[in-house]
Design a protein around this ligand. Structure first.
Ligand SMILES: [Ca+2]
Ligand SMILES: [Ca+2]
Length: 114
């Protein structure tokens, strides 16, 4: 009896792990994880995954946001966008600085006034 209960508990724990790993994650949480993961992937090309350099920013725009950001491959567009987001003008975008772009794109996409 005790053994059976123990096995049942083990099954539940295994099943729960399986659930956490593979079952549907809430859509918004999954979206946030995707944003963070992609930011780190592109930001990490120069070894510092905390910030996007200008080149990393351009690579991210052209690869991940080509339909939402017009002329994402145009250097002048990238420079202008980078300048508008880089609040402390250090030539690098933190996630917080980059996040402003996502907010604007999401607002535009949703038809929300800004
Ligand atoms: Ca970087
Ligand atoms: Ca900055």
């Amino acid at each position: 009896m005790v053994r059976a209960e123990g096995q049942g508990l083990l099954y539940l724990l295994q099943h729960r792990t399986l659930y956490l790993n593979t079952a549907a994650q809430p859509t918004m949480e999954a979206a946030i994880n995707t944003l963070v993961t992609q930011f780190k992937t592109f930001a990490g090309k120069d070894g510092c995954s905390n910030t996007l350099s200008r080149d990393e920013f351009q690579n991210l725009l052209t690869a991940q946001l080509p339909n939402f950001v017009k002329n994402a491959s145009d250097p002048a567009t990238v420079d202008q966008l980078m300048g508008s987001l880089d609040e402390n003008n250090d030539g690098e975008l933190t996630f917080s600085e980059f996040w402003q772009l996502l907010g604007k794109l999401a607002s535009t996409q949703g038809g929300f006034s800004q």
